[in-house]
Write a protein that binds this ligand. Structure first.
Ligand code: HEC
Length: 105
């Protein structure tokens, strides 16, 4: 009786836990990454990533960053350098940009 109750509680508790971490639902796409890298639409000040990082300038150290760190760097530049809106870290857009940046080295 007591055990049954504990089990029920354990199941109730498990049900309350957040679902396991979601990963990018869509496949990253290098073409999309490239397009976004050159797009001024990510921000509001008419600049694109390529304005400040032509041919990947300033991005040669990025091998040192893991996926999440690099996506966060991309987001900081979207927010601060482009005056844009940060992207969800698991969105196809940011994952595609992260993959594209790694091809620039
Ligand atoms: C107005 C100029 C400007 C724009 C536009 C810009 N960045 Fe940056 N970015 C910088 C500067 C400055 C740094 C710091 C560079 C450094 O640490 O040497 C930087 C750093 C970075 C870094 C970290 C590099 C490192 O090795 O630490 C990444 C990644 C990056 N930018 C990606 C992007 C992406 C992607 C975009 C477009 C969404 C973008 N940047 C737009 C100026 C810019």
């Amino acid at each position: 009786m007591k055990t049954g109750l504990n089990l029920a509680l354990a199941f109730a508790f498990l049900a309350l836990l957040p679902p396991s971490q979601t990963s990018a639902t869509e496949t990253p796409n290098l073409e999309l990454g490239k397009t976004l890298f050159h797009a001024t639409s990510l921000g509001t000040n008419g600049k694109s990533c390529a304005s400040c990082h032509p041919d990947g300038e300033g991005l040669h150290e990025i091998e040192a960053y893991d996926e999440e760190m690099l996506r966060e760097m991309v987001n900081f530049c979207i927010r601060d350098a482009l005056k844009g809106k940060m992207l969800p870290l698991d969105s196809q857009e940011i994952v595609s940009m992260e993959r594209y940046l790694r091809t620039l080295d």
